[in-house]
Design a protein. Structure first.
Length: 1052
């Protein structure tokens, strides 16, 4: 085991102890309900005054005059209910399952014949038809989540829901699905799942190859699957108590400690030190004997030139096969990634010592050191620790506290790496990554009576990400073994230290071959400036490259072998530092009352205070202006405090033949932005005094605040139970949501004007996404252990995409303002078959058909559809205000969502027309269990380049091509051993057991997009012009190859 990994393990266990003693604690904030009727077994008459108790808790109820009872505010889980009545035999029902947002019906029939000291025990069966279900709901229980299925994480289980595909729910944007953990919204509200502004595009910059967000990063924090009590996916519609979301909700409730101590330790890893991948060898361009081009051949040509320039250039070619194997985690000889992945998960729960029965705790911890892909230097490591406490002051007053920390290197000083193809031959040039997430809350629950309770919750949730380069010893270089804080380039002195003097000081000759004098171009006071007599000595060179200095050729160190146009670099990364923080403090209160047996009313308030901070300095092509840092960097600096307010009221009306969920929600948003005084004059151009008149800055000229905006969203769902084996549901809802904050604040202060001749920014007063959802469904149980759930849905969305206006101001750079725009609709059918666990097996099969279209603007000569404006010509005519209301006049046609619907090809498509997913668990003799999970999906859609026809409404076939079908099957075999109260299991699992090559998308190389697509259309090869298995950001174009895992688990 490596020293760094050993230190990480020490840090892992240190965090466990730290959180145990210091962190706050938590309680599951989402609950269910139990109701039923108690009758005389012989006469069938109701028994008023009977007592119903939930064993092991202080929850219970008494029956009314009609023998009816209800128990509200019950956390999800498995319970034993006991019915007691004087003169009657006690009856208890075990295995009663309670799920969130649902009513579990448990009836009792008591016998008047009393057998002293004995109680009748009945095992309850969870009904396959949920009579109170008024909308689509995909529930995953603790049994499936507790490391039973062969998946990498919780997201792998979510993908088995018919409504979800790679983080998208029914065609919505990734940010349109909210992720909630114990009542706290933990959705990443800045970047969501590897997508940028308006839910499209790349989160990064192709010139430097970095990426700030990954496709599975939709939440600011995650919970180990073994710590989850229940997970529910809502798609289409959901009740008014949930935060506004235009697509869906993933609701997670974590486990609580019980009256007895329980513990578990789960370990798994890859036994082999190798990882295969599909496609071409990453280093096929290295060249070699007998090859006309390549990395080594290029180096030899420089050496053969015999010039100081050539010798210096050759010295920058430092990559070797041995270095790749030793440091880069890749074997160029056989296209194999190197390194093992390790996961350790532990939890401990029970009563808090010395507090008797008043308090329980649940402690969970996870350490992961993983190779996300077989690509070079793709390494990710995290420590995740959470602690939860439930303290009961009295039977009706409880306090729940929670604290969770996820460290990605910030606290314990390591760095994570993401494969960066630009730096495949010089790993030091690739940026490093760190992150830190914290979630905590305190929740007070007061049960005023058997019918009424209220909750007050104060929560904090935040994540901060850093991208950059460390220099632990301060020598001016970022080496592979350095793991501290990143260089911030916070002043000119620090810039000179790392980037050098006034020019690129790396060669004695310019591109023309002329000698460059030292005195003219080298700053002698620069700590890393070259000194005469030390040419070529690494101690006297700078680490970074600056494109703002006069061209000298080799400093940029582009490697032009195999005619790849300088895409690969041998040394000298451009300066980069990014710090993105998003956190929220939320205060909310909920009041719930079973006002009558048939009406459960819930109302609540919420206030959310967000803190958004984004600081980006990058210099791929240099800066502009004459103020630091804009003279040397592209700069995007934003700091905002958007606020949200919500009020909701809902009523669950329950009768024997009909259940209705009806409610409404009022949402208010204050995005903390300001209008311009004159839209045609958004900034003043500030220059130095004449005669130099050099640009200093573009200073925004703003006016009043945009202020609060208010929206009302009605929601209704109806369930009609036909019988115990059949129920139908119908639902309707309107949903309002603003895009993620990267869609609102990009270059708000006009500091990124060096990026191009045009300033790209976002309009300050955008319209939110508005979705109207309709759904109808049927539940049917043809057999006692088989359930069928089928739903049909339609969602109509406005402001789904974006549109822009271009402005030529009175002075300075032109601008492009982007804002929300465009219509979309999604419709489909979803089918779920559920096999209840029996003696031998259980399983689930889902199928979905999805049809999604979005608006694309059509050109027109209508003057009301202009997108280009000039201050000199239009300011007076429009009264200083851009005509944003003209957006509604733009003609559009609908097109299928394709991989070219966004510049991020791997995030394109948002769904597949046909999808199958299945889970299977087989219970074999001698404690052996076989579990499997798999999926089959139709290919992504793309528009052939030669297609120029309009795509008719409701017609998805003309002009649309489809990629190959994909399928993926994982299998795990487990053997269980019992030692008294202790259990141990060992297992082995194979992911992608058939080793099927799944093509996720075709390449999308900047400036070569069309060539890449033509190659795919003609040959089926997704790798494009550069013939590599990844895109420009290092993301794989293929799914994972076959991989072996092994592990064991101890529990008591």
């Amino acid at each position: 085991m490596s020293k760094s990994l050993s230190r990480s393990l020490v840090g892992f266990f240190s965090v466990v102890m730290l959180v145990f003693f210091v962190a706050g604690l938590l309680f599951a904030g989402v609950t269910g309900k139990i109701n039923g009727v108690v009758k005389d077994k012989t006469t069938g008459e109701p028994l008023p005054g009977a007592n119903i108790m939930i064993k092991g808790t202080q929850m219970g109820a008494s029956t009314d005059q009609k023998g009816r009872y209800f128990i509200i505010n019950v956390p999800p889980g498995k319970y034993t209910l006991q019915a007691l009545f004087i003169g009657y035999q006690t009856v208890q029902k075990t295995n009663v399952m309670v799920t969130i947002d649902a009513t579990t019906e448990v009836d009792f029939a008591l016998s008047s014949r009393v057998i002293s000291g004995k109680a009748v025990t009945v095992v309850a069966e969870r009904p396959l038809v949920q009579k109170t279900l008024t909308q689509s709901k995909y529930t995953v229980s603790a049994a499936e989540l507790d490391n039973v299925l062969p998946v990498a994480n919780v997201q792998g289980i979510i993908e088995t829901a018919a409504s979800t595909f790679h983080g998208y729910v029914r065609g919505g944007r990734k940010f349109s699905t909210k992720i909630i953990i114990d009542g706290v919204d933990v959705t990443d509200n800045y970047y969501t799942g590897g997508t940028g502004a308006f839910g499209t595009g790349d989160v990064g910059f192709s010139y430097q190859g970095y990426r700030e967000s990954e496709t599975d990063q939709s939440a600011t924090i995650s919970v180990p699957s073994s710590a989850i009590q229940e997970m529910v996916v809502y798609a289409g519609t959901f009740t008014a108590e949930y935060p506004t979301a235009a697509a869906g909700i993933v609701n997670i409730v974590t486990k609580m400690g019980g009256a007895q101590y329980h513990g578990k330790l789960f370990m798994r890893g890859t036994p082999l030190n190798t990882m295969r991948h599909f496609g071409t060898n990453v280093y096929w361009m290295k060249g070699g004997p007998g090859q006309p081009d390549g990395y080594f051949n290029e180096k030899e040509r420089y050496l053969a030139s015999g010039t100081p320039y050539g010798e210096r250039a050759a010295s920058l070619y430092t990559w070797t096969d041995a270095l790749a194997k030793d440091k880069y985690y890749y074997n160029p000889d056989d296209s194999t990634g190197l390194g093992r992945s390790i996961e350790l998960v532990g939890d401990l729960s029970g009563p808090v010592p010395f507090l008797g029965k008043k308090a329980n705790f649940f402690l969970s911890a996870r350490f992961s050191h993983e190779r996300p892909t077989p690509m070079p230097f793709d390494v990710n490591q995290h420590i995740n620790v959470g602690l939860k406490l439930d303290y009961r002051f009295t039977a009706d007053k409880r306090l729940m506290l929670y604290g969770q920390v996820v460290d990605g290197g910030k606290l314990f000083h390591w760095v994570n790496w993401k494969f960066n193809p630009k730096w495949a031959y010089y790993m030091q040039g690739a940026p490093r990554y760190k992150d830190l997430s914290v979630m905590s809350y305190a929740k007070w629950i007061h049960q005023l009576s058997d019918k009424t309770f209220y909750t007050i919750q104060l929560s904090y949730n935040g994540r901060e990400d850093w991208t950059g380069y460390p220099d632990d010893n301060g020598d001016g270089f970022s080496q592979l073994n350095e793991k501290g804080d990143f260089i911030k380039f916070s002043n000119r002195q620090q810039y000179l230290k790392y980037v050098g003097g006034v020019i690129k000081v790396d060669t004695l000759r310019n591109k023309a071959g002329d000698i460059i004098g030292y005195d003219r171009y080298i700053d002698p006071s620069s700590a890393n400036g070259y000194k005469p007599g030390h040419f070529g000595d690494p101690k006297y060179r700078v680490f970074f490259y600056s494109a703002t200095d006069p061209a000298s050729g080799v400093n940029e160190a582009k490697a032009n072998f195999y005619k790849v146009d300088g895409w690969y670099k041998t040394h000298y990364p451009t300066p980069l530092y990014i710090d993105t923080r998003r956190d929220a403090t939320v205060l909310k209160a909920d009041f719930t009352s079973q006002v009558t047996y048939n009406h459960l009313v819930k109302t609540g308030l919420l206030f959310r205070y967000n803190n958004i901070y984004h600081h980006l300095l990058q210099s791929p092509l240099g800066g502009a202006g004459h103020q630091y840092p804009t003279s040397l960097f592209w700069v995007d600096y934003t700091k905002f405090n958007p606020k949200e307010f919500a009020y909701y009221l809902q009523d669950r009306i329950e009768y024997k033949g009909m259940i209705i969920n009806v409610g409404g929600r009022v949402d208010g948003y204050n995005v903390d932005t300001r209008y311009f005084k004159n839209d045609f004059h958004p900034f003043d151009v500030i220059r130095t005094p004449a005669p130099s008149s050099q640009l200093l800055e573009y200073r925004p000229v703003r006016d009043g605040k945009i202020g609060w905006k208010w929206f009302f969203s009605p929601r209704i769902g109806v369930s009609h139970p036909v019988s115990d084996k059949m129920a139908m549901h119908y639902s309707f809802g309107k949903f309002i949501q603003y895009p993620n904050y990267s869609s609102l604040y990009q270059d708000y202060n006009f500091t990124n004007y060096a990026m191009s001749p045009t300033i790209y920014t976002k309009w300050v007063d955008q319209e939110p996404i508005r979705a109207t959802s309709y759904e109808m469904g049927l539940q049917y149980a043809p057999l006692s252990d088989l359930g069928i759930d089928i739903s049909a849905y339609y969602r109509d969305v406005s402001n789904y995409s974006s549109i822009s206006y271009s402005l030529t101001p009175y002075a300075g750079s032109s601008l492009t303002f982007a804002t929300t725009w465009g219509h979309a609709d999604a419709r489909g059918i979803e089918l779920t078959l559920t096999k209840r666990p029996s003696k031998w097996w259980s399983g689930r099969l889902t199928y979905s058909f999805s049809y999604i279209k979005s608006a694309i603007r059509m050109s027109s000569k209508d003057p009301n559809q202009r997108q280009n404006f000039s201050a000199k010509k239009d300011s007076a005519a429009f009264g200083g205000k851009l005509p944003w209301d003209w957006i509604d006049h733009h003609n559009y046609r609908e097109q299928d969502i394709t991989v070219r619907s966004t510049s991020n090809a791997l995030a394109g498509g948002y769904d597949r027309t046909h999808r199958f997913a299945a889970t299977l668990i087989v219970y074999l003799p001698y404690g052996v269990q076989l579990s499997s999970i798999g999926d089959v999906t139709s290919g992504f859609k793309y528009r052939p380049l030669e297609n120029t026809k309009h795509n008719p409404y409701f017609n998805i076939t003309p002009g649309i091509n489809t990629g190959p079908w994909n399928y993926h099957v994982n299998v795990r075999l487990t053997k269980l051993f019992r030692f008294g109260q202790m259990k141990m299991s060992v297992f082995g699992e194979v992911r992608n057991i058939t080793n099927h090559e799944n093509i996720l998308a075709f390449n999308n190389t900047p400036f070569m997009e069309a060539k890449d697509q033509i190659i795919f259309e003609l040959t089926g090869n997704p790798e494009g012009v550069r013939n590599v298995p990844h895109d420009a950001f290092g993301r794989m174009l293929y799914g994972s190859a076959r991989q072996l895992w092994a592990g064991l688990q101890f529990s008591f």
